[in-house]
Design a protein around this ligand. Structure first.
Ligand SMILES: [Zn+2]
Length: 265
């Protein structure tokens, strides 16, 4: 039996799914979803729930020493988050599928982020019910947890304290567990066609410039269109792109990411 067949047979018999929340200590949505998940009864397999950064969560901070989701693969002799990254990687390397739950301060909704493409990830996307998927490779993004898992995805479904967002995250995880035959759960099939994006770069912030209100997440921006301006100067798009995770308050040095739409990965 080849490696792939062996893998899918073992997943069929005993799937191991890990849910990770609070990689960022100021994002509580993962913790709340995990509390709901703890109540479900499994028919088979294993469902692991892990709080990513307990100390930052207790301190009500995003991180202690440095952003955990930029700290992988970690260092055993490093600072708090670098050591934590090492431990998390160890704990999660045995899981078939890893779902890493985040929230965003931008108006992005229903976005799944992947950091690499392989057959395991494509399997996971088949089991999951994503509305939009964006590929953010480590050369553009950060050294994120999912890059070091067998098959991992991050969810950016919306704002942290929004109940609709929480319900959607919970529902999509339930659909996934049902498709893996780990639970009994009836769900309606999605009516939309998933959208796929490949992130190609960032759009840097210029001091004193205001982001144009017309630039909206997932809304096509044509080359030459106004991106930002101050009283005297303006900045135009150097090429066509789709904005992703764009917002005035999204990041310190960038407005967000520039992506192109693709048919599939
Ligand atoms: Zn986050």
């Amino acid at each position: 039996m080849n490696q792939n067949k062996k893998r899918s047979k073992s997943i069929e018999k005993h799937p191991i799914v890990a849910i990770v929340g609070c990689i960022h200590g100021d994002e509580l949505i993962g913790k709340r979803v995990m509390e709901e998940l703890k109540r479900i009864k499994l028919k088979k397999g294993k469902l692991i729930t892990i709080i990513g950064n307990k100390k930052a969560l207790r301190m009500k901070r995003r991180f202690v020493d440095q952003d955990l989701n930029r700290s992988f693969p970690g260092r055993s002799d490093g600072n708090y988050e670098q050591r934590l990254a090492c431990d998390l990687k160890e704990n999660l390397c045995g899981a078939d599928f890893v779902i890493d739950i985040h929230s965003t301060v931008t108006d992005v909704k229903d976005l799944v982020i992947i950091t690499k493409v392989n057959s395991e990830i494509l399997d996971l996307l088949n089991f999951f019910a994503p509305r939009r998927v964006a590929l953010m490779t480590p050369d553009i993004g950060e050294k994120a947890l999912t890059y070091y898992c067998k098959a991992g995805i991050s969810l950016e479904y919306g704002k942290d304290k929004n109940m609709t967002v929480q319900r959607k995250v919970f529902r999509d995880i339930m659909i996934m567990l049902a498709k893996l035959d780990m639970i009994d759960y009836k769900f309606k099939k999605n009516s939309y066609k998933p959208e796929f994006y490949k992130i190609e770069g960032v759009i840097k912030k210029q001091k004193g410039f205001n982001l144009n209100d017309e630039v909206k997440n997932f809304k096509f921006v044509k080359k030459g269109a106004l991106i930002a301006s101050n009283k005297r100067k303006s900045e135009q798009a150097k090429k066509n792109f789709y904005p992703i995770l764009f917002g005035k308050k999204s990041y310190q040095d960038i407005y967000g990411f520039a992506a192109k739409k693709v048919e599939k990965f």
